[in-house]
Design a protein around this ligand. Structure first.
Ligand SMILES: [Zn+2]
Length: 127
């Protein structure tokens, strides 16, 4: 299964007040890709849990902690999985294209214009 690409409208707001809009691309990772990302997180936690078994005293706390971490971290990683990039995004201040590429970003996105240095907030447009 391939990654799904979704094109959505986005609102762009500069910290100085100028507003604009653009188009961004959201690539939703295929389940295979998300699974391998999740397996990496869980695998690391399991290794830490295995190592913690040999720590006297601490292993009562650390082993269950890392085991929970393996499940929770892996699940969390599996649920997320999107890459956001610019499709047609212009700085509302200088009108130059804004390059954007972020994995699993927090919305709204905060980026800096590479041309004029203004801070812009990019939000998914629901209207
Ligand atoms: Zn700019």
């Amino acid at each position: 299964m391939n990654d799904k690409v979704e094109t959505i409208k986005a609102g762009v707001l500069a910290s100085s007040g100028e507003e604009g809009e653009g188009t961004i691309e959201i690539i939703r990772w295929s389940s295979a890709k998300r699974l391998s990302a999740a397996a990496k997180v869980s695998g690391l936690m399991l290794v830490l849990a295995a190592v913690s078994v040999f720590l006297p005293g601490l292993h009562f706390v650390l082993v269950p902690l890392f085991l929970i971490g393996a499940v929770a971290g892996g699940t969390y990683r599996f649920m997320k999985g999107e890459t956001v990039s610019d499709r047609e995004l212009k700085c509302p201040v200088c009108s130059k294209a804004i390059e954007l590429r972020a994995e699993n970003p927090e919305w709204p996105l905060s980026v800096q214009c590479q041309s004029c240095g203004v801070n812009v907030t990019i939000a998914k447009d629901h209207g």
